[in-house]
Design a protein around this ligand. Structure first.
Ligand SMILES: [Zn+2]
Length: 315
């Protein structure tokens, strides 16, 4: 089975490795006169990226740009290693993330704290990128790939303060990083049902900001969303509207629930009930595929809700 998949409009999907699992995250190549890779995943994705490029007949020296939507390690942890192998590439990153790409010490320390002994297996190595090879992309900045294809970078806080989304008018699609949530690809493949869950993970989740960003993305009227987790989805606007509804749910209902009940377990049940009824309304039949993923995502989202509530209470 080939690793890569052509999505049309000279866009190719390549699998990344996340938490030792392939096909949980996606990188995207756009190939015009210039070639760009969007998202690198963590360093363990490196060999699969190389194999994918080989499959596409692209040499490492032909990569002109590597863009990371934000610097969370599952998106950008392997950027330093890949930049060493791609001698002609420039790294495109949000202004607030650039310094951490040049000096990843804090990223490494943070991940070591969270993942302990697993750090090496999941993330090593996280290498610095020399400053002169980093280009900061501000809101509205464009990138000309040649052949009349110009990408626009949009400053889109919500999931994180250092996040951008890339708009591609040629395919009428957006590369959403974590800003449109996680797309449940298996559910789509099995039952043809499109569902995405906002990622309200700690520590920078602010519901109002995420809602505003989602509105901004809706106003682009994207037909396609290229999710990092994972794969391309059609009906971009409908998915974003669904995501927006759930952002309100997590930011209002779940926050209130936690303020009243103070229980992780009860909030988990509350969220699960809502999402399962949401999925039933979409027509999901039988057991929900990727149930375990959904449970894990709910747990991560709860941590973000709790962090948000605690921030509110601290004032
Ligand atoms: Zn993230």
């Amino acid at each position: 089975m080939p690793l890569t998949e052509s999505l049309g409009h000279n866009i190719f999907q390549i699998p990344l490795v996340d938490l030792k699992t392939i096909y949980r995250s996606t990188g995207y190549i756009i190939k015009e006169e210039k070639t760009i890779l969007v998202e690198t995943g963590a360093a363990p994705s490196n060999s699969v990226i190389q194999a994918s490029l080989e499959e596409l007949n692209i040499q490492l020296g032909q990569i002109d740009y590597i863009a990371v939507t934000h610097i969370h390690l599952d998106h950008a942890g392997g950027a330093g290693l890949l930049m060493e192998q791609c001698p002609n590439a420039t790294l495109l990153v949000h202004q607030r993330g650039a310094k951490h790409m040049a000096d990843p010490e804090k990223l490494i320390a943070g991940a070591r704290q969270v993942y302990g002994d697993l750090f090496d297996q999941l993330f090593n190595p996280i290498l610095p990128v020399s400053e002169e090879r980093i280009k900061v992309m501000e809101d509205g900045d464009t990138l000309d790939l040649g052949n009349n294809r110009v990408l626009t970078f949009l400053d889109t806080p919500g999931h994180a303060f250092h996040h951008f989304v890339i708009d591609d008018p040629v395919s009428k699609g957006i590369f959403s990083g974590d800003n449109a949530g996680m797309f449940f690809r298996q559910l789509y493949d099995d039952q043809g049902i499109s569902f995405c869950l906002p990622v309200t993970a700690p520590t920078q989740f602010v519901p109002e900001i995420m809602e505003k960003t989602t509105d901004r993305l809706i106003n682009l009227h994207p037909e396609k969303i290229y999710f990092t987790h994972y794969g391309m989805a059609e009906n971009g606007v409908a998915l974003l509207q669904q995501a927006k509804k759930l952002v309100c749910f997590f930011g209002n209902d779940c926050a209130k629930h936690y303020q009243k009940e103070r229980s992780f377990e009860k909030l988990f049940v509350f969220i699960k009930e809502r999402l399962y009824s949401e999925l039933a309304a979409l027509g999901v039949k039988g057991d929900i595929p990727e149930k375990e993923t959904l449970d894990n995502d709910i747990m991560l989202n709860i941590q973000g809700v709790i962090a948000y509530v605690e921030k509110l209470e601290r004032g």
